[in-house]
Design a protein around this ligand. Structure first.
Ligand SMILES: Cc1cc2nc3c(=O)[nH]c(=O)nc-3n(C[C@H](O)[C@H](O)[C@H](O)COP(=O)(O)OP(=O)(O)OC[C@H]3O[C@@H](n4cnc5c(N)ncnc54)[C@H](O)[C@@H]3O)c2cc1C
Length: 390
């Protein structure tokens, strides 16, 4: 089953995943109405705008490596797609993943898989790591891996606005509206209902509601184990030159990278991020208790630093396996899910948007086979766990 040229496609959620889906629907030639419903056009609480905008190819699942490479290529082709002024600020400084003392077998196996999928990854001894990054304490490390291309960071807000403007220029309609339910007819969604009492007829519906995607799916009794979990990020300045610095992911769960002459950082502590539906209050204690000690250990120069700001956003965590879900749940038959990216949704949004458009317009994936991320594994409780998450 594929969309007819004049059919109406309604997308719930107008941040990066919804916007990429809309743009690719037009890019691949859909002529009928594409309507994006966004409850907050300022995107104040969207994960996209609160994210730390990193892109990496170091993942445990090879589909994620391939999606990142697609994302990097898309960002590099911004001018081609969106005109000579388009620039999403991609900086390929790499991710430096540090490994603690111990047998490195699993890490080296991951590197082999990442390279096979097309990533450029260097394996560094502690001495080589220190030679390249003399400010780093390597005394307790076994090794490090560094992405030498297609890894780093970009400006998520600019990416969103660039693609959104491009989508609108191609006739995508953005409506300031909160979806509150679906009307079904037989095995299909017939319309989306909004908080203002509108009924928007739909031939196809895409669930791109980010952390709220589980709630949206529940309107049509589709189980989707996605929970919003709060993540706090901090900005600080310190006596260190960040110009050539990669994003450092430490053995403690700490990550840090340079940002506009300063640094940003955070820490991943498994089990420490409870579900947080409306809570956007930064966890200030985290810095004092966990982040700062880890920073000072790994980068001794940062014993002296000045904390300047903190903010919190929501990860849309797929509790099944920390991987996105892209596909048809089956019933309703015209419903597509694109959510659950668990901290890697911006970098994967170009591949996701293209995949959503291909599913609707062609009935299957073409550019990149995203079928491992389909809904079947949720239905069958068959996790495909992504281990490199933070
Ligand atoms: C602190 C932090 C750091 C991160 N770092 C990275 C990173 O380095 N790299 C990376 O790739 N990813 C990162 N992520 C994850 C990334 O931000 C998300 O995976 C990605 O933004 C998901 O995009 P989305 O469009 O699905 O969701 P969102 O950006 O949350 O957008 C969903 C949109 O749907 C709207 N919406 C929801 N419900 C409704 C409704 N009922 N009706 C209408 N509109 C609705 C919301 O208002 C929102 O605008 C990070 C996230 C956080 C919180």
């Amino acid at each position: 089953m594929t969309a007819n040229p004049g059919q109406t496609i309604v997308i719930v959620g107008g941040a990066i995943v919804g916007t990429m889906s809309a743009w690719f629907l037009r890019h691949l030639g859909h002529q009928g109405p594409v309507i994006v419903l966004e409850k907050d056009p300022t995107y104040r609480y969207a994960s996209t705008t609160l994210s730390t905008s990193g892109i990496r190819t170091q993942f445990g699942c090879d589909i994620n490596v391939r999606m990142s490479l697609f994302g990097a290529a898309f960002m590099k082709a911004a001018k081609q797609h969106f005109g000579p002024d388009a620039d999403v600020g991609l900086r390929e400084n790499g991710y430096l993943l540090l490994a603690p003392k111990g047998p490195p077998t699993a890490r080296l196996e991951a590197v082999r898989m990442q390279r096979e999928a097309g990533a450029s990854i260097a394996v560094l001894t502690p001495e080589e790591t220190r030679a390249r990054f003399p400010w780093l304490n390597v005394s307790d490390l076994e090794m490090a891996t560094l992405g030498t291309a297609n890894e780093g960071w970009f400006d998520a807000w600019t990416l969103l606005q660039t693609v959104r403007t491009g989508a609108r220029a191609l006739g995508v309609e953005y409506r300031h509206a909160e979806a509150v339910g679906f009307e079904t007819e037989g095995s299909r969604i017939a319309a989306v209902r909004t908080a203002a009492g509108e009924r928007i007829a739909a031939d196809w519906v895409v669930n791109a509601a980010g952390p709220a995607a589980g709630r949206v799916a529940s309107w049509v009794d589709v189980p989707l184990p996605i929970t919003p979990r709060k993540r706090t990020a901090f900005r600080f300045s310190g006596p260190l030159d960040g110009a050539m610095m990669p994003l450092v992911f430490d053995t403690s769960g700490l990550w840090m990278r340079p940002e506009s002459g300063r640094f940003i950082c955070g820490i991943t502590r498994p089990g420490d991020d409870p579900p947080a539906w409306d809570d956007f209050e930064p966890d200030h204690a985290l810095f004092e208790d966990h982040v700062w000690p880890a920073l000072a250990h790994r980068v001794p120069a940062l014993e002296q630093l000045r904390l300047e700001a903190a903010w919190a956003g929501h990860y849309e965590v797929n509790e099944l396996d920390h991987n996105g879900v892209i596909g048809f749940p089956g019933t309703p038959e015209n419903f597509v899910i694109a959510a659950g990216f668990s901290g890697h949704g911006v970098m994967h949004s170009p591949a996701t948007g293209r995949g959503v458009a291909e599913l609707i317009l062609h009935g299957g994936f073409r550019a990149l086979d995203l079928s491992p991320l389909g809904y079947d594994r949720v239905r069958e409780n068959r996790p495909m766990v992504e281990t490199v998450v933070y």
